[in-house]
Design a protein around this ligand. Sequence first.
Ligand SMILES: *Cc1c(COP(=O)(O)O)cnc(C)c1O
Length: 392
Amino acid sequence: MAMKTPIYLDNHATTALDPRVLEAMMPFLTAQFGNAASNHSFGVAAREAVESAREQVAALISADASEIVFTSGATESNNLALKGLAHAEGRTAGHIISSVTEHRAVLDPLAVLQRQGFDVTLLPVDSAGLISPEQVSEAIRADTFLVSVMAANNEIGTLQPISEIGAICRQRGIVLHTDAAQAAGKVSLDVDALDVGLLSFTAHKIHGPRGAGALYVRRRNPRVRLMPQIDGGGHEGGLRSGTLNVPAIVGLGAACAIAREGWAAEAEQLVMLRDRLRSRIQQGVVDARVNGPSDCRLPNNLNMSFPGIEGEALLIGLHDVAVSSSSACTSGLREPSHVLKALGLPDELAYSTLRFGLGRFNTADEIDWAADRVIETVQSLRALATPGSPGG
Ligand SMILES: *Cc1c(COP(=O)(O)O)cnc(C)c1O
């Protein structure tokens, strides 16, 4: 069987649109173009599609449809959750707890809140990237009103103990927000079992389209109130104004319905392929090291360092395997990832790191082929670095 290259192994960055999602979206990109706020038949059709997507989204996380706010993605959901709660009910100060390995879409809004006078504590993580419920307990102060901890990390796949943290927050009357952009569709997410007040996720990480996301906002037991961050026509219960992106919302709904049906079987398949990739690479590169947890890990995540090799050089050598180096390019300077640094990884190892993110459409043949390319590339880079050694 001929295999199509390049092989896509960067599913933490974004995922391919599932053909079933595209099919669900198509009518709303063509004949059914109505504005969901209009009262004629075009508008009614759009509105019905949006409300049925809201049911599908809510079902994935065992929420009520009335608790789902549509946004443009997880970045916007996180901004609405964090800034919206901080500024709700006339609040101007107070204490927020989060962790050092959060995505920039949490860290950056928190930095803004800090500049506005809020106190922010970022908890350190252990060598697997985990924070403990005890750390959260100990960090809580009388004025703590918000804890934000990601459900799953986008670089090393760490699954945080959200339900234990949620129980602590509930007991202390604090709202727990979780960024579930990577966890959605990969692990079980039930807003009551997790005891979260706010939960963010996005369509394009679960084989849906770019530009649609959701924020779960708890309505009862207790109700969570937010200050809107975008004002306009009062859409989405006044929490997020702006004409709804109907095709993308329909796509998000379809992606959630597919994920709800198939996530468990898919997770098993992903673990099998991920472990195959890891052991094959380790056979070929004996000193390759795995970063992140051995348990409590996303089924599709593998993060490996290759001592003595520049991650960027590896990426260039691996031109037909789409993976990510873990370094972030901030204002033209390459910096080792803040997540790997938080694990205590020395800079030179952090720079030698690749992140593999497997997805729904990867096959065992692709995994074997990609593993062989990684091994070859590491060997040839090492041969270059050591003139006269065999293998070059
Ligand atoms: C991708 C990602 C985001 C950002 O999501 P967008 O929909 O692209 O805004 C936020 N948090 C995590 C953990 C992510 O992986």
